[in-house]
Design a protein around this ligand. Structure first.
Ligand SMILES: Cc1cc2nc3c(=O)[nH]c(=O)nc-3n(C[C@H](O)[C@H](O)[C@H](O)COP(=O)(O)OP(=O)(O)OC[C@H]3O[C@@H](n4cnc5c(N)ncnc54)[C@H](O)[C@@H]3O)c2cc1C
Length: 1014
């Protein structure tokens, strides 16, 4: 029993941020070399194989029952249509509240898989019959469901639900902690050396209510375990305990919210620690995503410091370390350092890591310098052994807990431990997940020497779905040990092969192109910044602190006249420069901009009041525009020879039109400005660029950069000033050969009329305007994912994106829960100074916008039902002008939304019945910019996307942040003329075309034909 030695205040001071670990994006070869060096000359691998061989034999002689996960995935690997269908159903079916949708989901998933091919063996049990039956009865397409079929379908869906429940139960020890503990007790009867670490299942908290619920559930679990174990004096190593996820205890457990993490999360964790320490149990903090690693160590050290003062003799505090991270060894050493500094001993669970696929995707999306995780499975295995070696070396201050189901890893570990003189049980333990590795551990534990702790999830069916899918993925991956063990075709030598021998060699050993090379050899991806990494964030902070916005003079009528004359005369030279030269200049501009991320972020924060994350994304977009359009120009503008009769040559050429007027908005003062300008320039036009009145300095700096890259003075001129005078003057000018505009539908109409009234050539207008963007959510969607997507799409950038979500259409069956969660998530948003990393929502652009949005909000307060709003702290409101609190209202019908409010205002409508009718109503709004669909019914998503008269459709994600060349952006209807920016058809609109036909027989005959050619 540990009793507190002193009482301490509840608050935790926030330590100064500092980089604890080496830079995250070490080349894989370097990280691997360090791991190999640390591992040293590992035991003879042949002996490792021999040690494990009997385990494999024994397990394979007693194959898992037909309903076990291993058997299932052997029959239906996750890479097959059946495996995927199974996973999709497992993830979604149980949460669908209405029968219609459950039937549609089941039909959709089973329709694409072929479960009839089974041999009747392993899968002949419940799941097989349920799924086979489902296939027979279910209608092929949702709408074909007749009454009889439907009756059949209901039965089958019920059977499938049951099958999935049984599947899930394999991985959950009990629905409640009490149930789980009695199951644990019965397992312990068979294997005495079992210990348990209970895990209360659920998605990460999105709201304060979620977090408090999890806290209560953890607290109750610790209390229950403590009561059951009584006053236990054996020490926490041999006691049962609990595993906690910090993301469950605080909805904003992220680096950007450090202050709140210390103020709000730590006291919660501390309350659990007090309970666990008093009962002398163990409490382990799970490892989550890489971008939380540094923060998790800060949290861990702050808690350790207090433990050392309050419960100096408690040895049950610990955390999980992921070996797949290239910084894993540094983490192990850092944890040992913390233990020594605070005079404590920790329990450290070494895992390989559960979020590998997500980490690879995130690194690519963010354009990071490298991957934070190993990209080859054997490298993770080597890192695991190296970390194990390090942990064994630190065992004075660390009790190592080796969590793995891999017999090769277990065998190597136990040998390494023996060489290090570490006694099983006393000096370290093994760990496995409930429902996995049972067979292997039955053998490993047989002689009674080794101790093993089971990570035991506890929860209701609804809570286990995400966990179940992770386990399905883990078990189903081809590289997974458990998967290969179930396949008798894999010989023992291959199964247990040395990871050291399987390592890649060379300097660049990443298994995927690095994020900068994502688009292949041709176009380099723009460089991102990981804002959770201090080394990367610091230059941005410094740039923001040092940025002063220079004044930009307005253009007079005389200056406009002079500019147009200059650009007109500059056109001949610029348009006849070889295409390759123009493309090279634009590409160089992209490279210069890529290298000046910090400087431009400073300008964007100061002039456009954008938050840090938005600034980074915007600079990247501008860089991508430069590189993409340069590539596109070279590919698409090259002269083409056309087929025709002999004796004639036909060539098609594209060239610039003349002086293009580019009018851009303030909401993307760099990306849209640069995109328009470089598209016009690279195609050979000269450009009169009119930036938004609110943001001329960013534009001016971009023009300077383009000049530095080689754009001549008479090819590009910036003309700052009001739209009514400067913009209108440019549009009206007789020399204007085309207009590229992004802004409101109203102004686009004015420009269109002005152009139509002019004499002279009819010139192109490329207009990208606003939208009444909707997201349609059906009852198969995961509410947590929906809420993340809604909050980002509706409120990020203070709702000042053309793509922003304005109208959420959510299925009646889940509406209450989703709305409640949105409300809770809105309450957690931080509204304030955009220069602060913690700020989610900065101010709106100017007083006019502020007044306009406020007026709309006042009207909605009277006319609609208020659902939720974010509270702006008084201090922020006083310090930062024009803050508008995110707010959400419910409207009775979709058609009640009539106007785009360019701010953080969300409208919500409930729907039921015909999902296609919802899309028809959305189409009827007349806009067509962005559309979100949240459903697990794949055929439904495809059909709705087809029906939508909308330019950009996003399925099961947020609906903002289109990436150049990846999601070409632009709408139809009232939302714009097209072609899409950042797409393959954009440049053509800036060009005139010329066909040159030469009669090659004109000189008297067809020499080529006569010479035997064609
Ligand atoms: C008790 C316990 C607690 C756990 N707690 C956590 C936790 O807090 N946080 C967490 O993230 N995970 C946790 N896990 C999950 C754990 O990460 C996986 O179960 C584990 O990675 C499976 O490893 P293995 O040795 O059993 O299997 P193996 O089949 O040997 O290894 C599979 C693992 O290798 C890695 N891998 C797969 N493909 C590649 C590749 N191409 N390149 C590089 N690496 C690859 C992945 O990490 C994958 O999970 C825990 C597991 C246990 C047993």
């Amino acid at each position: 029993m540990n009793t507190p030695t002193q009482t301490v205040p509840a608050s935790f001071p926030v330590p100064a941020a500092h980089q604890r670990l080496p830079f995250a994006y070490l080349p894989e070869a370097q990280a691997l070399a360090a791991a190999r060096a640390r591992l040293g000359a590992v035991t003879e691998w042949a002996a490792v194989i021999e040690h494990a061989r009997p385990w494999i034999r024994a397990v394979r002689e007693k194959p898992a029952p037909f309903w076990a996960m291993e058997s299932l995935l052997k029959e239906y690997p996750i890479s097959s249509a059946e495996g995927l269908a199974l996973m999709r159903l497992a993830e979604a079916l149980l949460r669908v509240p209405d029968v219609e949708t459950a039937v549609a989901l089941t039909a959709d998933q089973l329709g694409r898989a072929d479960f009839d091919q089974t041999d009747g063996g392993v899968w002949a049990g419940l799941s097989a019959s349920a799924i086979a039956m489902s296939k027979k009865f279910l209608p092929g397409a949702e709408e074909e469901a007749g009454l009889l079929k439907r009756l059949g379908a209901r039965t089958v869906v019920a059977a499938t639900v049951r099958a999935i429940q049984l599947l899930g139960r394999q991985f959950v020890l009990g629905r409640t902690i009490g149930e789980a503990m009695s199951e644990a007790a019965s397992q312990r009867k068979a294997l005495a050396n079992l210990r348990f670490s209970y895990d209360m299942l659920g998605e990460g908290a999105r709201t304060e209510d979620d977090a408090r619920r999890y806290l209560a559930s953890y607290a109750n679990a610790i209390k229950t375990i403590a009561v059951a174990q009584g006053t236990q004096t054996r020490g926490p190593e041999s006691a049962d305990g609990i595993s906690i996820k910090l993301s469950a205890l605080f909805s904003r457990y992220e680096d950007a919210q450090r202050e709140r993490v210390f103020a709000e999360l730590l006291p919660r964790v501390w309350s659990l620690i007090e309970q666990a320490a008093t009962a002398n149990l163990n409490l382990t903090i799970d490892a989550e995503e890489v971008d939380r690693l540094e923060l998790s160590l800060e949290v861990f050290e702050a808690l350790a410091a207090r433990i050392s003062r309050t419960y100096p003799h408690w040895r049950g505090f610990g955390l999980a370390v992921q070996a797949y991270q290239t910084r894993a060894l540094a983490v192990v050493d850092e944890v040992a350092r913390i233990a020594r500094d605070h005079g404590l001993r920790f329990m450290v669970r070494l895992v390989k890591g559960a979020y590998w696929d997500g980490e690879i995707k995130r690194a690519q999306e963010q354009g990071l310098a490298g991957y934070p995780v190993y990209t080859h499975k054997p490298h993770t295995d080597v890192s695991y052994l190296a970390c194990a070696q390090a942990l064994l070396g630190h065992r004075k201050v660390i009790y190592p807990q080796f969590a793995t189901h891999n017999a090769g890893t277990i065998s190597a570990l136990t040998r390494m431990a023996a060489q290090a003189g570490a006694e099983p049980d006393q000096d370290y333990e093994m760990q496995r997940l409930h429902g996995m590795g049972d067979g292997i551990y039955r053998e490993v534990l047989a002689d009674g020497q080794m101790a093993c702790r089971v990570y035991a999830p506890v929860g209701e069916h609804r809570d286990l779905l995400a966990y179940l899918v992770r386990r399905l993925l883990e078990n189903g991956a081809n590289s997974s040990f458990v998967h290969q063990l179930a396949d008798e075709q894999v010989p023992t030598e291959a199964l247990l092969g040395s990871p050291l021998e399987a390592c890649a060699t060379g300097e660049h050993i990443e298994a995927f192109p690095l994020p900068h090379a994502l688009y292949g050899a041709g176009r380099r991806n723009s460089t991102g910044a990981d804002l959770t990494c201090l080394v990367q964030r610091r230059p941005l902070d410094e740039a923001i602190a040092n940025t002063r916005i220079p004044p930009v003079p307005e253009a007079s009528t005389a200056q406009i006249e002079l500019a147009m004359a200059t650009l007109q005369s500059g056109f001949d030279t610029w348009s006849t420069r070889p295409l390759a030269e123009r493309a090279a200049i634009i590409r160089k501009a992209g490279d210069l901009l890529d290298a000046r991320l910090a400087e431009f972020c400073g300008l964007l924060v100061k002039e456009a009041h954008k938050t840090l994350g938005d600034c980074v994304a915007e600079v990247r977009e501008a860089v991508d525009f430069c590189r993409y359009y340069a590539d596109q120009a070279e590919q698409r503008l090259a002269e083409q020879t056309l087929p025709g009769p002999t004796g004639e040559s036909n060539t098609l050429r594209l060239h610039g039109r003349g002086v293009f007027v580019c009018i851009s908005p303030w909401n993307f003062p760099l990306a849209i400005f640069a995109g328009q300008v470089v598209a016009a320039l690279v195609t050979g036009n000269t450009v009169a660029a009119k930036p938004a009145e609110q943001t001329p300095a960013v534009a001016q700096r971009m023009v300077e950069l383009l000049r530095e890259a080689g754009v001549p003075d008479d090819a590009l001129i910036l003309l700052h000033g009001p739209g009514e005078t400067v913009g209108a003057g440019l549009v009206a000018d007789a020399r204007t050969a085309g207009v590229c505009f992004t802004g409101s539908t109203q102004v686009a109409r004015l420009i269109n009329r002005a152009l139509a009234q002019k004499d002279g050539p009819i010139v192109p207008l490329i207009a990208e305007t606003g939208g009444l963007n909707a997201m349609l959510v059906d009852s198969t969607a995961l509410p947590e994912q929906v809420v993340d997507a809604v909050v980002q799409s509706a409120f990020r950038s203070a709702g000042q994106r053309c793509s922003a979500l304005r109208l959420l259409c959510v299925h009646e069956g889940i509406a209450d829960g989703v709305i409640e969660m949105i409300k809770g998530a809105m309450a957690e948003l931080s509204v304030g100074d955009p220069a602060l990393l913690a700020t989610d929502v900065g101010p709106v652009i100017d007083d006019e916008a502020f007044t306009g949005i406020s007026r709309h909000v006042e009207r909605l307060r009277r006319e609609a039902k208020l659902l939720g709003e974010t509270v702006v702290p008084a201090a922020s409101a006083a310090a930062v002008p024009r803050l508008v609190a995110p707010i959400a209202f419910e409207l009775p019908r979709i058609s009640d939304l009539r106007q785009e409010i360019f701010g953080p205002v969300l409208h919500v409508v409930r729907w039921s019945g015909d999902v296609d009718a919802v899309v028809r109503e959305i189409n009827a709004l007349g806009y067509g910019l962005t559309f979100g669909i949240q459903t697990r019914i794949d055929s439904r998503a495809a059909r709705l996307a087809h029906q939508a008269r909308i330019g950009n459709v996003y399925v099961n994600r947020n609906m903002i942040g289109a990436v150049v060349g990846v999601q070409p952006f632009g709408g139809e209807g009232l939302s714009g003329t097209g072609p899409k920016a950042g797409g393959p058809h954009y440049l053509y609109r800036f060009c005139a075309e010329q066909t040159v036909t030469i009669n090659t027989a004109a000189a008297g005959g067809n020499a080529t034909l006569l010479a035997g050619g064609h």
